[in-house]
Structure formats: structure tokens, C-alpha cells
Design a protein around this ligand. Sequence first.
Ligand code: FAD
Length: 440
Amino acid sequence: MGGLMAARALSGRFERVTIVERDVLPDGDAVRKGVPQSAHAHGLLASGYRVMDEYFPGMMDELQARGAPRGDVVGDFLWFQYGRWKLRHDSGLRGITVSRPCLEAAIRRRVKALANVTFREGTDGVKPKFDATAGRVTGLVVRARDGGREETLDADLVVDASGRGSQSPRWLEEAGCGRPEETIVAVDVGYSTRVFARRPGEFFDSIGGIISGTPPLSTRYAAVLAAEGDRWVITLAGILRDYPPTNEEAWVAYAASLPVPAVRDLVTSARPLTDIVTYRFPANQRRLYERMRRFPAGYLVMGDAVCSFNPIYGQGMSAAATEAKALDDCLAAGLDGLSRRFYGRARKIVDIPWAIATGEDLRFPKVEGRRPPGFHVINRYLERVHAVASEDPVVCRKFFDVLNLLASPASLLSPPLVWRVLARAAPKGESSPWGTRRPA
Ligand SMILES: Cc1cc2nc3c(=O)[nH]c(=O)nc-3n(C[C@H](O)[C@H](O)[C@H](O)COP(=O)(O)OP(=O)(O)OC[C@H]3O[C@@H](n4cnc5c(N)ncnc54)[C@H](O)[C@@H]3O)c2cc1C
């Protein structure tokens, strides 16, 4: 996803763009080997939606025509967090729910149609080619997976968007630049997903929802996403090795252990279409390329290769899309000093989802990592934000601006908002998944 978005950004700035992809790419929406996570629920945040909508006009209409529902990310999507439903209301934040393979294929079709973009499928990026004297990268060494020989593709710019397993730290070290510092926050998340048939009106007439247990008491989550083809993609997830099972009965019991019965009700009434598939995700991982003293010109790293977040917060595709847009902007000033400009922007982009993901994860005492001063006080305040956002549309919208990576978490600490949050009595009584959409 990061590579496709980067190619779209680069196609307007360079004569030729080549995407080197290890997989032979499917024509349609299939889950493929290089992106095994695509079998699981992939939520697109409003920030990612905006970049994709801008880069590929008409694509969201096409996806909607194929049955991927579009809607308001607060009015049509449900959020149960910290023991309450967020106030369901029209927030003005647009989004779409769609399976990851379908979204990726739609983007890929559009990138393939760009006249100056070529795909080299079934080809490994082996390593970048460095010119040590000039202190720059001059191309990429590649090898076809069907037994071809190594060859070098000359390039003015090489972008590593090869995902979490990126070899850039090793390649840079071999080139004499040293390795980037790395921050790891281990979470040991397990995913377990099943696809069901979807009927109108189900799940409170929504297009999906996130149901979270309250940390640190509960380690369990569910993501329900309406997808094209009248389907629900339903993922159960557990942090700190509380892995959801694969056995059908135990899987339903896991769904029933969530704080509200909505997911259990859905999975016991809807018709399953697939087996249960699993995925394990060990740790949030961030590589601080922006801090490297020596960095070769003509080389960039982006997407999961820079930072991969605990997936339960649904941020990776949106962060990658926003980085691609930043790359586009940075290229307006040419190639000189590009890496400094890009990493400056990328750091700020990544800071927000990183703060959200690790901030939540570190609430679990068993998650190891540095807790900043005031961590517990801020968390108590954020719990209050969660509670008030179940009733107050202004606080709710501000909260979702942050969650959708459109505003920094610090914006929740602005004096007017803090006043509004603290002045309001703590909500009492049951919250509702219907909010302002309560049916007659
Ligand atoms: C279980 C799970 C659930 C997730 N849920 C969400 C979600 O709800 N919302 C969200 O936004 N994000 C989610 N993510 C994150 C999201 O999948 C990634 O952040 C997103 O795909 C961007 O990653 P990327 O493009 O950098 O890398 P990837 O998507 O991993 O793509 C890397 C590509 O590089 C190719 N490749 C790798 N090495 C080489 C090589 N040497 N040569 C050639 N090709 C190579 C691979 O085949 C692949 O095509 C989830 C992740 C996981 C694991």
C-alpha cells in the first residue's frame, strides 16, 4: 500500500517510476503471500481516505458501486471504548469500509494505468546500489524470483516501501552509514478473522464498529467491517498473548467475552462464509531514520518499513498514504536535501499514530516501555474524554479528529477542551449504539 501510494506521488514528479514487487500480483482482489495481513479487517481512517480520494478521483465511487459502504466514521460506524458507546452522530468525517484486497486492487489498477509507471512483478529488491564517493544511491539491484540473474535498475531516487521486514537497516550499515535507532514496544497481539454474509440493518444498521475492552482490565478487541459483496469481515483480537482461538465454539465464546454482546449476536446470527484465519503481530516497531547522521542521497524509507503500529488501532495504511502525500510535497523543492525534508515531515506524521498506539498499549503494566512523566494523570483525563465523548458532540468530534490522524493528541489538552471535558458531569446511565440515529 505504501509503495502504490508512493508510486502515485512520484509519477507526477519523475519521468519513469518502477515498482519492484516480490509477488506475482493477482488480477483481482485475492489475499497474496507478501501481504498476509490483508485477510483481516483493515479499517481506513479519514486521513487515509482523504489522500486516496484526492489521488484517485472516482475510486471511492467505484468501490461504493461494488458494494463497499461509504459513510460517516462516527455516524455510521460504532465505537465502544472504555465502557461506553461513543455518541453516534454526523461528524462530517467521511470514510469507507472495504476489504483490504479490494482496496489494494482498486489502487493498483489505477497506478498500473499511469503511463509512466511500470511494475516488475515476481522480482526481489535485493539491495540498493550505493556510490560511496558521491554519498548517494544510484539504483536498485533486483532479481527475478523465477531464477533470473541480478541486474541493476538505475534510479535518481529509490524508495523502500517493503514493509515491516525491510532490510534498510542492514543495507545502510553495509554502506557505512550505520543503522537507525529502533524503538520496540512488544504487545504480542493475536488476530483471528472470519467473513460472514451481511444483511441490511444488522449490527445496529451500521457499516461496522470497534468494540474494545477497557485496558488494563481487558485485553480483548473486535473489529467488524462491512465489505463489498454483502460481507462482514469480523476480526477478534487479543493483546499480550490473549490470542483468540481458531476453534469455532471457542471463537464465539471469545466474542461473547467482549464487554457488550453486539459481536456475539452478529456472529451467532450471520452465516459464515469462510474458515477462521489467524495472524500474530509481535511489537510496535519504529526506526528513527530522521536521527541518522549520515544518510545517502536518493534513498528514502517509508510505510511499515519506518514504523509499524499495533494493528488494532487501524493506522498503517493511513499513515503510509499521508507519508506519500508528504513525499509529493517535499519533491516540489527538488531532490537536493530531500531526505532531510522528507524525514522531518514523516517524523511528525508518524509521531501521532505512534503516540496513540503506544500510549494505549503502555496502559497495560505488562507492556514494557518508557512511560512519560504525567502518564497516569493524562490517562485519567483521557478516560474522562472517552466518557464525555459518549454524550458531547464537540468533544466526540475532537476525539475522532485525533483518532483519524487529523489532529495531534496534544489538541485534546487545549484549555477550552479541557474545560469542557472537566466541567461536564461524568455521564451516568447506559450509553447507546444508536446515538442520534435511534430508529423510530
Ligand atoms: C493483522 C494486521 C491488521 C492490520 N489492520 C490495519 C487496519 O485496520 N488499518 C490500517 O490502516 N492498517 C492496518 N494494518 C497495517 C497495514 O497492513 C500496513 O500498515 C500497510 O499495508 C502499509 O504497509 P506497507 O505498504 O509499508 O507494507 P506492506 O503492506 O507489508 O507491503 C510491503 C510490500 O513489499 C513487498 N516486498 C517486501 N519485500 C520485498 C522485496 N525485497 N522485494 C520486492 N518486494 C518486496 C511485499 O510483497 C508487499 O507487497 C494491519 C496490519 C496487520 C499485520
